[in-house]
Design a binder for this molecule. Structure first.
Ligand code: GDP
Ligand code: MG
Length: 174
């Protein structure tokens, strides 16, 4: 069994839930307490992936980068994206501005890492009426942008689709 490592960036406006999604995925926890990320935090998580070309089970070590950079005032430094093979780009379903900024984040990331894959996470679904979820997903799907491989409705609070965003990305990186 072989293990490969890939860098993944979490990108999105201040407060959309980047740190919370990582905590949910890596530690299986959620906290309502607001703890803004200072500097860069790097988390690691091993995920199982299937490789069609070999019968062996493979594992991928995801090196997940989280920054404070996406705060209200500061643009993300392009150097943060360097070497990334994938990104989760996140919007807060309850704050329209953060959804309208998704396209800009996609473009900034692809400018540095054009061959990378992207998964979109429309987060905080637990705060939105069920009937609106799918139409929001359709509207902010970005399926015309080839590197965008999937768009999920997520909740770091309930855990909805949190495993899926990272596993879909991991599967594509093999
Ligand atoms: P970041 O700035 O993007 O890292 O955002 P945080 O992860 O720090 O989250 C900002 C705030 O939103 C915190 O108070 C979190 O508890 C809250 N939050 C994050 N994800 C969710 C979610 O899925 N549902 C709800 N209800 N709150 C969330
Ligand atoms: Mg954070």
């Amino acid at each position: 069994m072989s293990i490969i490592s890939k860098k993944i960036c979490l990108i999105g406006d201040f407060g959309v839930g980047k740190t919370s999604l990582i905590r949910r995925f890596v530690e299986g926890q959620f906290s309502d307490q607001y703890l803004s990320t200072v500097g860069v935090k790097i988390s690691r998580k091993l995920v199982n992936v299937t490789d069609n070309l070999s019968p062996d089970k493979q594992q991928l070590q995801m090196i997940i980068w989280d920054i404070e950079g996406s705060n209200r005032f500061k643009a993300i430094a392009p150097s943060y994206f360097q070497g990334a093979k994938g990104a989760v780009i996140i919007g807060d379903m309850t704050v329209k501005d953060t959804l309208d900024h998704l396209l800009g984040h996609i473009q900034s990331f692809l400018a540095v890492s054009p061959k990378s894959n992207i998964v979109i996470a429309l987060n905080k679904s637990d705060l939105i009426e069920n009937e609106y979820l799918e139409s929001l997903r359709q509207f902010y799907k970005f399926s015309e942008i080839e590197p965008v491989i999937a768009t999920y409705i997520t909740s770091a609070k309930t855990g909805e689709n949190v495993g899926e965003i990272f596993e879909t990305l991991a599967q594509k990186l093999i």
